[in-house]
Design a protein around this ligand. Structure first.
Ligand SMILES: Nc1ncnc2c1ncn2[C@@H]1O[C@H](COP(=O)(O)OP(=O)(O)OP(=O)(O)O)[C@@H](O)[C@H]1O
Ligand SMILES: [Mg+2]
Length: 393
């Protein structure tokens, strides 16, 4: 039976809330998704800067914490209401919320046993109270998707991989679905046989920086006038310093095998400071610095494919805001030579709203009692139901 579901997410870029209203039917292999409406609702500037400073470690009192949690729930609820204008009314919301803290399990990224000390498990915090959203919208809301996977020893990320499997697997091509948000994440989709079985293991992990370092650098180099490098035009005027890129690629996170996940805790302001300090000894112009950071994103993606996949993909399907960065896309193509670099639009799935669509699907699965994590991707010990259900009282 078909159901209208809203998916909401604000990712590590903290640029705004991506909202998707979808019509869903089927379950997993026969899942059908039609995107009825998609929009991005920017955060009010004051709320965005507060979130960014909290992500950078700013301390909050519990009163401030509660206010922030509620303020985020309110703007998410407004996005859910706005996306339904002129559309059928949704009966379910899947809200990822806003990540403000992410600690992957352990220090090695290996999956943990259930007897692990709590401190060896991961911890990931998304704000935007589900009960308040259900109250404000009058729609059952599911949120807190990462906690159950983490409690089962997983990374709690990437969570979109099972949705990629259902919607983007191909009978001939081995595909990588590469999301480029603030952080990048990949799902490797081996070609499927006639019974929809993957011919090789499905894999997935956070590749490292997507746009996060670039956005911070653009803000810094433009003296606060710009927040991102539109289409990659600024970086395209520069030349990447390959020596620096090679040096940065030696870093532990890039060497660590999956399952692995990361966030602004690693690839944030302090990381950019180190990059800029390294760049100072190479006399680089601002455009060269941006080209070098863009190259880090592209080369870290390609290096991780070479290191951790059984083979190079035939196709790379980009999605997320970074897929609009044409210079980045060109550099990913250059780093992956014979793989064809496309966007998920070219495979029939909207590249701007794929992550929001995925959280609508995860909520739908939760509601149907279908486990939503892929243990082979997150490293969890087992498949679990993802998300907390908040009914409208
Ligand atoms: N036209 C464009 N040219 C270059 N970069 C763009 C363009 N449009 C968006 N971006 C980049 O994409 C970012 C937003 O992407 P997106 O919303 O996918 O990331 P996110 O919020 O971190 O999401 P998630 O974590 O869910 O993947 C912006 O901060 C910007 O860096
Ligand atoms: Mg975003």
């Amino acid at each position: 039976m078909k159901q209208y579901v809203i998916g909401l997410i604000s990712g590590t870029s903290v640029d705004g809330i991506d909202a998707a209203l979808v019509e869903l039917s089927g379950s997993t292999q026969d899942l059908r998704v039609a995107l009825l409406a998609g929009a991005t609702y920017p955060y009010p500037e004051a709320l965005r800067s507060q979130i960014l400073s909290v992500c950078e470690g700013a301390a909050l009192t519990m009163t401030e914490f509660a206010q922030l949690d509620e303020a985020i729930a309110q703007v998410f609820a407004q996005a859910a209401i706005a996306i339904q204008a002129g559309q059928p009314t949704a009966t379910l919301i899947g809200s990822h919320g806003q990540t403000v803290f992410h600690r992957p399990p352990g220090s090695t990224g290996e999956s943990q046993s259930l007897s692990a000390l709590p401190s060896q498990l991961g911890y990931s915090l998304q704000l935007g109270r589900g009960a308040l959203m259900a109250h404000l919208t009058g729609i059952t809301t599911i949120n807190n998707f990462r906690a159950a996977d983490i409690a089962a020893g997983g990374q709690g990320a990437p969570l979109v991989s099972p949705v990629d499997v259902c919607l983007l697997s191909h009978p001939i091509y081995h595909r990588c679905v590469q999301n480029i948000g603030g952080i990048g994440n990949v799902t490797f989709l081996p070609a499927i046989d006639s019974e929809f079985r993957q011919t090789k293991p499905i894999l997935g992990w956070d590749t490292g920086p997507g746009n996060a370092l670039l956005d911070l650098a653009v803000h810094r180099l433009s003296q606060g006038k710009l927040t991102f490098d539109r289409n990659g035009d600024w970086a395209a005027q520069g030349t990447p310093c390959q020596m620096l890129v090679q040096q940065w690629l030696q870093q532990d996170y890039f060497q660590q095998p999956p399952p692995k996940s990361t966030g602004r805790e690693l690839f944030g302001e302090a990381y950019l400071e180190t990059c800029l300090a390294d760049a100072a000894s190479h006399t680089l112009a601002p455009a060269d610095i941006l080209a070098t950071l863009t190259e880090l994103t592209a080369a870290s993606i390609a290096q991780s494919y070479d290191a951790f996949l059984p083979q190079r993909p035939d196709q790379v399907l980009l999605c997320g805001g970074g897929s609009h960065n044409l210079y980045l896309k060109q550099r990913i193509q250059a780093n992956l030579d014979q793989a064809v670099v496309l966007t998920t639009d070219e495979a029939g799935l909207n590249s701007d709203f794929k992550e929001a669509i995925a959280f609508a699907v995860l909520a739908y699965w939760r509601n149907c009692g279908i486990p939503g994590n892929l243990p082979e991707v997150t490293g969890a010990q087992k498949s679990v139901l993802l998300g907390d259900i908040h009914l409208v009282s």
